[in-house]
Ligand binder design. Structure first.
Ligand SMILES: Nc1nc2c(ncn2[C@@H]2O[C@H](COP(=O)(O)OP(=O)(O)OP(=O)(O)O)[C@@H](O)[C@H]2O)c(=O)[nH]1
Ligand SMILES: [Mg+2]
Ligand SMILES: [Zn+2]
Length: 303
């Protein structure tokens, strides 16, 4: 670090590797890490961002600028928004037989990713819970249209980890999902130096608290980066347009052109081909129910 101090007030390129509220950790090209804070009140910087830093003291820097992004994975409620990560290749949505999967939360997060052009994978963890795992597999089939790849594994037994590792090669992947699914445990299994704190399931569920509170990126290999993120209980998608929202339901695309009205919202309109596809089982009813809730929410916001 000493070597940098004489460069006080010079500008450096860096990557944000950790965020916790308005606190960030940034890493310079030579591997040095610094505590970085945004200039002014804004804190719209995220893990994965390339930034320009002004070094202010030995371990401190101010974020002067954020480089243009390829994409962002974010959520937005009415009055606040949160960027999980920037410039990512894949959202790996982690589920398990326990705690129970929340279908709407899953659909919301995947819709946000797909709308941003980010590929979605499903990670079905805790395969060692053999009695309940097949029910999970069945449930996840409903959402099959939203993902491009599905992995079954157990961080406890190590089953399936090698297959996932191969797929991760060369990608920047965000592990996200509800609390208690085993994201941090998986990160530790893939990257033993990660040392992410893991929670007791009972704690996570009864207190509503999340074990992981900061978003952190780990380098697995030269071009492979894994991001652990805090579990969530809400996932607002107020930032998405109607068209973006529809991108979260790619299985509708085949049928939508047959709707009677060109501008069909697929809600109560007569002659809706999506509703018909739900009735005859071609589109999953749970997914359609979630879609309706998201569309009604969007209709209120956009009207
Ligand atoms: N049976 C079983 N339990 C697992 C497995 N992986 C993780 N767990 C357990 O699941 C619990 C939650 O794990 P975490 O890794 O803290 O979960 P998380 O998704 O990071 O949770 P948050 O940080 O709160 O979002 C812990 O008690 C783990 O031991 C697995 O493969 N099998
Ligand atoms: Mg965690
Ligand atoms: Zn329609």
């Amino acid at each position: 670090m000493k070597a940098l101090y004489p460069f006080k007030d010079s500008l450096f390129e860096a990557t944000i590797v950790e965020s916790f509220g308005r606190h960030y950790t940034a890493v310079l090209a030579d591997g040095h890490s610094l505590h970085a804070r945004p200039r002014g009140k804004r804190s719209d910087c995220a893990v994965g961002d390339k930034v320009q830093l002004r070094i202010t003291s030995k371990n401190e820097a101010v974020i002067e600028a954020i480089a243009p992004r390829r994409n962002v994975l974010m959520r937005a409620e009415e009055h606040r928004s949160k960027i999980f990560a920037a410039n990512v290749d894949v959202l790996a949505y982690v589920v398990a037989p326990t705690p129970p999967v929340h279908d709407e939360l899953l659909a919301r997060a995947c819709t946000a990713a797909l709308a941003a052009g980010i590929t979605v994978w499903f990670i079905l963890n805790k395969a060692d819970l053999t009695e309940t795992f097949s029910a999970l597999r069945q449930r996840m089939q409903h959402h099959a249209a939203a993902n491009s790849c599905q992995f079954e594994l157990s961080t406890r037994t190590g089953q399936g980890l090698e297959v996932l590792k191969k797929a991760l090669k060369g990608k920047r992947v965000v592990f996200a999902g509800q609390s208690g699914m085993g994201k941090s445990t998986l990160l530790n299994a893939l990257h033993p130096q990660a040392k992410q704190v893991m929670g007791e399931l009972s704690d996570a569920l009864s207190s509503g608290k999340h074990t992981t509170t900061a978003t952190r990126m780990f380098q697995l290999a030269e071009e492979t980066e894994l991001i652990d993120s805090p579990g969530f209980q809400v996932f607002g998608i107020a930032h998405l347009s109607r068209t973006q929202l529809e991108r979260g339901f790619p299985e509708f695309e085949t049928y939508a052109p047959e709707c009677k009205f060109y501008n069909c919202w697929h809600l109560d309109e007569p002659g809706c081909a999506i509703r018909k596809a739900v009735e005859n089982g071609a589109i999953n009813g749970i997914r359609y129910d979630v879609f309706k809730r998201l569309m009604r929410e969007a209709a209120k916001r956009l009207s």
